[in-house]
Ligand binder design. Structure first.
Ligand code: GLC
Ligand code: CA
Length: 554
């Protein structure tokens, strides 16, 4: 299979149209506004935009309750605007991924309305029904504390319907071949309009067996191959990036042993253990998570991230570890959510501490995989904990010190921008940070630029180097005769750390510091010692020669 593996060395940026930029002044972000900000995104150096759902929706779950898969919600624009947008992205060499939310529809979708109204309708079997209340109706809720059940009685149908998520999100019967065909049709539609693939929502649930008789859902992994094949028949280099928070021993089921299933998956295992390392300065569990998720075909790729639009899910940590993260980053019950996570943004979790933010982002950019940046994190945006559930971390982008942070000209926007305090738009915004060469935004731009010049991280094989300290993580990447070593100090104290670089690629043992002038030199046995600042980090290229020169020798 010959494909363009563009996603391997990509930098993904995720945003919702509704909270990014409002062009027509009605208080809601739109495609026209987003288009005006594409030069900003291109300047930041990102290569791929991931759009959260923008299709028509009652918006009771931030658009993850779709009522028409083949349209744009009029609040955000039209299909015409959408194609202008993908065109404008292509002009700038930016790719677009969109959310594919097909585990469930909105209860306002015409299919569900038809299904509940008419037992003879072909749509009845597109959903999952039961005449009696299933015994396990209380099991498997995804939003504990908010969602009570996974089955709800529908008066119109006089039956119970299954919903893995909220009750207004009836699950599609994904085993039904007609539903499967429709799902492919949805992918085909958006591919025609210029997207390069999909972030597929809730994949383990999409492929699980569903129904009142199902005691323990079984994943039908082969469906993933069907999705991928269809996509690549239509568009050779299109991809699927899976949201699948699963245990490492099932990763290969999602990627496929030969990489024949999904190209990308978010690495939730590494994400949770990253936060544990940030909270405790103990890098042991993170190293284990990295090794446990190492196996994958050459074409497969992890998506690595810090925060996303949902809560920081810590459900896979040991209870003691989870308590450590809660204590450090979300001690207040109001900061926690669904009995397993933290709903804050990154900057407030790290107390706005620039050194820690840099450590966290430098680490994310150098973990094996493709980095996924959350909009606003590049300027250190905060959260509004007065908003319910996950809404607190989905406030409008802060562009300037103009009213409403320059997000809208409307006097009362639907989503309110954060104002006042350390994270208000008056202090945290793009315009001010742009003018300051030392701002987080400009630091991020430089880091992203360098990250794209270090393809070893995306393409190469990695090894965790033995270090003299548990609070320092050192990873070495090798690719095409080039090597890079990235070192991160998780501790608030400065330290001297010793590590073995390993075999040098060239004839010299120089460690070229890619971010500053302070280079290093390993001894004859490949050992090196470096003094790291509190939360300090280094990116070294081993061997000293310009990697471009060396690459051309291969
Ligand atoms: C995914 C989304 C989340 C949404 C849920 C239901 O987990 O990330 O935001 O609520 O699916 O669609
Ligand atoms: Ca608007």
């Amino acid at each position: 299979m010959v494909n363009d593996l563009w996603y391997k060395n990509a930098i993904v940026y995720c945003l919702s149209v509704g909270t990014f930029m409002d062009a027509n002044g009605d208080g809601i972000g739109d495609f026209q506004g987003l288009m005006r900000r594409l030069d900003y995104l291109q300047g930041l150096g990102i290569t791929t935009i991931w759009l959260m759902p923008f299709q028509p929706s009652p918006c009771r779950d931030n658009g993850y309750d779709i009522s028409d898969y083949y349209n744009v919600d009029p609040r955000y624009g039209t299909l015409g605007d959408f194609t202008e947008f993908t065109h404008a992205c292509r002009q700038r060499g930016l790719r677009v991924l969109i959310d594919l939310v097909v585990n469930h529809t909105s209860d306002q979708h015409a299919w569900f309305k038809e299904a509940r109204r008419d037992p003879q309708s072909k749509y009845r079997d597109w959903y999952v029904w039961s005449k009696k209340k299933p015994a396990n109706a209380k099991d498997g809720v995804v939003f504990p504390g908010v969602q009570k059940s996974t089955w709800t009685y529908d008066k119109e149908a006089s039956m119970w319907y299954f919903h893995r998520f909220y009750d207004f999100q009836p699950d599609l019967n994904t085993a039904n071949p007609y539903v499967q065909a429709e799902l492919l049709k949805i992918m085909g539609f958006w591919i025609q309009l210029g997207v390069s693939g999909f972030r597929m929502d809730a994949v383990p649930f999409v492929i699980a067996t569903k129904g009142a008789q199902v005691k323990k859902p079984v994943e039908q992994y082969d469906m993933l191959r069907t999705f991928r094949e269809f996509l690549q028949w239509r568009e050779g280099d299109a991809i699927i990036l899976a949201e699948a928070n699963v245990l490492p021993d099932t990763d290969m089921q999602y990627f496929g042993d030969e990489g024949e299933r999904l190209q990308m998956m978010f690495n939730f295992q590494v994400n949770q253990n990253t936060f544990y390392a940030l909270a405790s300065a103990d890098t042991g569990p993170l190293k284990k998570a990295l090794l446990a998720t190492k196996a994958r075909a050459a074409t497969a790729q992890w998506g690595v991230f810090l925060r996303n639009h949902d809560e920081l899910d810590l459900g896979r940590l040991a209870p003691q570890q989870r308590e450590t993260v809660f204590a450090a980053f979300g001690p207040d019950p109001g900061m926690q959510l669904y009995e397993r996570g933290i709903r804050r943004r990154l900057a407030p979790m790290l107390d706005g501490d620039r050194h820690r933010l840099e450590l966290a982002y430098s680490l994310m950019l150098t973990l094996p995989g493709t980095p996924v940046v959350r909009y606003g994190d590049e300027i250190g945006m905060g959260d509004d904990l007065r908003l319910p559930e996950r809404e607190c971390a989905r406030t409008p982008m802060q562009w300037s010190t103009e009213p409403h942070g320059g997000f809208t000209k409307h006097s009362r926007p639907v989503s309110r921008v954060i104002s006042g305090g350390p994270y208000g738009f008056e202090r945290v915004n793009v315009a001010s940070q742009r003018r300051d060469p030392n701002s987080l935004l400009n630091w991020m731009e430089r880091m992203i630029r360098m990250r794209k010049e270090v393809p070893e991280i995306s393409w190469g094989d990695f090894a965790i180097l033995r270090t003299s300290r548990d609070d320092v993580l050192a990873i070495r990447f090798d690719w095409r005769n080039n090597s890079v070593v990235c070192v991160h100090n998780f501790s608030p104290a400065a330290c001297t750390v010793k590590f073995r670089v390993g075999p040098a690629a060239g004839d010299t043992r120089t460690l070229v510091n890619l971010l500053s002038d302070d280079h290093g030199e390993a001894d004859a046995a490949g050992r090196h010692a470096v003094v790291l600042e509190p939360y300090g980090y280094r990116w070294y290229r081993v061997g000293g020669l310009d990697y471009l020169l060396k690459r051309s020798e291969v």
